[in-house]
Ligand binder design. Structure first.
Ligand code: SAM
Length: 393
């Protein structure tokens, strides 16, 4: 494409992440915690939502922090009037964390006008700590006013962070912030630096390149207007298993439903999408992988509330059930014995640390459209799961 000067402001169209737009209602139904409208209103300036990509990225990062169960606080260096800080603080509150907000609240400090930033002048002085407090609020929020890195001493010495947003434009404070926060990020934590790719602040790009040149993590450029970058802190293997393994832990003696996402992590291969009533197994093998939340549990029984689609051409369905690969039960679904709770004793284990794998294997799957051509459902349906419970034998 020939160089035609500055690109038109909006030539290629835009779309929001589907999770937060067309599927937002589904996302919320399944327990998603992002408050899209509240956060967007808080982020908007004079009623306008500029740099929507920036907001969307922050929200998706918080969503992932919640999903993976990352511990740690939230921090921002470079608050100015609090536009991004308000989003960080709102999400820190929702996660039950503290949001640490650091700035001079009086603009750049001339001590930072060195190297690539030599000759720059005062900017961002038209703010105040009081004004930011009024906008962002006090709950779960701590303000640290002054020149960074001098103010780092006011942060908790044992502080750990799941998300840090560095937005202070200049080489020296960005490098200082990377040196301070990087070792304090929790494994998997999000370290975000604004202005890297904008070509407005050469010091930002330089500080990030210098700092990450010898780190195991690589930067990922983001498509917000100022070219933020993100790294996720390296995560070593953990003795307690991955976050996904931990999510596969089922609390004993209570019913769990697919519809409310309670067993999303336990649903392995061979399941369709959760629906309001439960979930369809598809094809002829549906696997559940889970472990009891209490590893010291005694003998356990898995109860599955299930049914099979029966039609006149297939009035019965046989299914085998295997536990960790060995057949443990044979089930018959028939007109008189279809929907109901079926119990599966689990082989005794000395401890329940390892996940257990249970696979339902219906002999055949049924495509609704082949029985009723008016049905648009072309999925090969196996066994429907309404809810499950893991109980003491
Ligand atoms: C671009 S503004 C931050 C924008 C803000 N994140 C927002 O959402 O609008 C940069 C901020 O970094 C702060 N800053 C720059 N160098 C600093 C330093 N060494 N110590 C503390 N704050 C600094 C400035 O005071 C300024 O408020």
């Amino acid at each position: 494409m020939p160089d035609q000067g500055p690109a038109p402001a909006w030539r290629y169209g835009s779309s929001l992440p589907q999770r937060l737009s067309r599927n937002y209602a589904r996302y919320r139904e399944r327990g998603g915690r992002i408050d899209l409208y509240g956060d967007a209103d808080a982020y908007a300036e004079n009623g306008r939502l500029q740099d929507c990509e920036r907001l969307m990225f922050l929200l998706l990062a918080f969503d992932q922090i919640h999903k993976e169960g990352l511990p740690g606080d939230v921090a921002e260096l470079g608050v100015y009037k609090g536009q991004t800080a308000t989003v960080l603080a709102r999400n820190a509150r929702r996660l039950g964390r503290t949001c640490w907000l650091l700035d001079t609240f009086a603009g750049f400090d001339a001590k930072d006008f060195t190297g690539a930033d030599a000759g720059r002048g005062t900017q961002f002085a038209d703010t105040s700590l009081a004004a930011v407090r009024a906008r962002v609020g006090e709950e779960n929020t701590r303000y640290i006013q002054g020149f960074f890195p001098d103010t780092a001493a006011q942060l908790p010495p044992d502080g750990r962070y799941c998300l840090v947003h560095i937005d202070c434009d200049l080489y020296a404070p960005i490098l200082s912030a990377l040196e301070y926060f990087y070792p304090r990020m929790v494994p998997g934590g999000f370290l975000i630096v604004h202005d890297y790719g904008s070509m407005e602040w050469d010091g930002a790009e330089k500080a990030v390149d210098v700092f990450f040149a010898d780190k195991p993590e690589c930067i990922v450029p983001l498509p917000d207007s100022a070219g933020s970058v993100v790294i996720r802190r390296w995560r070593p293997p953990t003795p307690d298993g991955s976050w996904l393994r931990q999510k596969q832990a089922l609390a004993l003696d209570q019913w769990h439903t697919p519809a409310h996402n309670q067993i999303a992590a336990a649903l392995g291969e061979g399941w369709s999408r959760p629906e309001a009533w439960g979930i369809w197994g598809v094809d002829t093998a549906h696997t559940l992988t889970f472990a009891p939340a209490d590893a010291a549990s005694p003998d356990l029984v898995l109860e599955l509330d299930v049914h099979a689609p029966l039609v006149s051409s297939r009035p019965e369905l046989r299914a085998s059930v295997s536990v960790d690969g060995a057949v443990a039960a044979e089930w018959l679904f028939s007109e008189g014995q279809n929907r109901g709770v079926r119990a599966l004793p689990l082989p005794r284990q000395t401890g329940w640390r390892q996940p257990i794998s249970v696979t339902l294997r219906p002999e055949t799957a049924l495509v609704p459209q082949t029985v009723n051509p008016a049905s648009g459902d072309t999925r090969p349906l196996g066994i429907a799961l309404h809810r499950l419970r893991l109980r003491r034998a």
